[in-house]
Design a binder for this molecule. Structure first.
Ligand SMILES: Cc1ncc(C[n+]2csc(CCOP(=O)(O)OP(=O)(O)O)c2C)c(N)n1
Ligand SMILES: [Mg+2]
Length: 205
């Protein structure tokens, strides 16, 4: 099936981003997923080798556990590339653990689906035709790549498929066995109008 693409010149469709990363990143991987509107994208588009390749923290329903989950997964299975899928809100909640990943020299890929919002909450606030104030759940743009570099990680800002080229260099070093820094992908994502899985889940709220 063709991947839907609502990318704009400055924001990438999260489904296209995830599909491209599925191709770019080594298949021998362990995917961890934080909580939020975004969480279906890595779950749907990033293939994993088996059941030991997928850590889904939704059992706790708490935002912000993804990065520490991914670090734990990396320690448990050093032979696999750890890949985190997180939203901007959840990633910033747990970002102190980036220092841990840098200190441990972990090759860890953090995909941050950056919609400048607590996107899941937009579902709650924004349904129907009424005018609603989204001021408490939407944010100004945050340069997560710059913050990640401050922690000592490698980082890239992604707005288009072409911007993903720098991921290839990071992967090449990983494949040579010389990669000792996490990579944070600050993906400025386009809206697909709110993910279908949360629209469905929130129907009763
Ligand atoms: C600790 C905690 N606080 C608040 C919530 C409610 N909550 C669920 S998803 C979400 C938004 C997460 O935002 P982000 O990580 O940016 O992901 P997005 O929904 O934007 O894709 C919030 C606040 C929660 N589940 N856990
Ligand atoms: Mg968000």
């Amino acid at each position: 099936m063709e991947t839907p693409d609502l990318s704009t010149p400055t924001r990438i469709d999260p489904r296209v981003l995830s599909r491209e990363l599925d191709t770019l990143l080594p298949a021998e991987r362990i995917v961890s997923v934080d909580s939020g509107n975004f969480m279906g994208y890595p779950s749907q588009y990033l293939a994993v080798p088996d059941e030991f390749g997928f850590c889904f923290t939704q059992a706790f329903q708490a935002v912000g556990l993804g990065l520490s989950t991914a670090i734990g997964a990396a320690m448990a299975q050093p032979g696999r590339l750890p890949v985190l899928g997180a939203g901007d809100g959840g990633f910033l909640m747990g970002i102190s653990e980036l220092e841990t990943a840098v200190r441990l020299g972990l090759p860890l890929v953090c995909i941050v689906y950056n919609d400048a919002a607590y996107g899941a909450e937009v579902h709650h606030f924004g349904h129907g035709d009424e005018e609603v104030d989204l001021g408490s759940v939407t944010f100004p743009d945050t340069d997560i790549a710059a913050i990640a570099r401050g922690f000592g990680a490698e980082a890239v800002t992604v707005r288009t498929v072409e911007d993903l080229q720098s991921v290839e260099a990071w992967v090449a070093a990983y494949e040579k066995g010389t990669q000792d820094r996490p990579l944070v992908i600050d993906a400025k994502i386009a809206s697909d109008g709110g993910s279908w899985w949360l629209a469905e889940a929130f129907q009763g709220h």
